[in-house]
Design a protein around this ligand. Structure first.
Ligand code: HEC
Length: 138
């Protein structure tokens, strides 16, 4: 390839890269995701971080493994908002009671609702047998 052709080709790629980068870095978050993240949910996110829920729980599959994944606890059959509230209010033998007030718990619920609407976890269905082996259920 002659040098001029290489330069034109490189220039074309460079300009395309710049235009693409501009759109990637200036495009906004989709508005429906923004609407779900209410000020209450934002406050709940801070409470979640301050109390280190991440050390035992996963969201979107990431976090600690002592407690269950909380991504879809709000919509899981047999669980839901009231169950979640009750568990946070009382704690269990393994999970501490954080002595949060009503407002803080409501914010946490708003945050968990946001997480539930924006993710699914785990993405594959499996069950663990008593001998530790795993069954994948499609
Ligand atoms: C020291 C570890 C630990 C921390 C920190 C912790 N949890 Fe838990 N949590 C657990 C365990 C373990 C369970 C499972 C219940 C059990 O076995 O007692 C649980 C259960 C739950 C459940 C019920 C989940 C389900 O699917 O049944 C919710 C909701 C929950 N925790 C919320 C929270 C929130 C919110 C925080 C932070 C304020 C938090 N947890 C911090 C250990 C923890």
């Amino acid at each position: 390839m002659p040098l001029i052709a290489k330069q034109i080709y490189f220039g074309f790629l460079f300009i395309t890269f710049c235009i693409y980068s501009f759109f990637v870095y200036t495009s906004d978050t989709p508005s429906d995701a923004k609407e779900l993240m209410t000020t209450d949910a934002q406050a709940g996110k801070v409470i979640y971080q301050q109390n280190n829920c991440f050390s035992c729980h996963q969201l979107y599959g990431l976090g600690g493994y002592m407690g269950p994944d909380l991504t879809n606890v709000i919509s899981a059959p047999g669980k839901g908002e009231i169950y979640t509230k009750a568990l946070i209010m009382s704690g269990t033998q393994k999970m501490p009671n954080f002595h949060l007030n009503e407002q803080e718990i409501n914010s946490l619920i708003a945050y968990l609702k946001y997480v539930d609407k924006t993710g699914v976890s785990p993405t594959i269905k499996y069950s663990i047998n008593s001998d530790g082996s795993v069954n994948y259920n499609q």
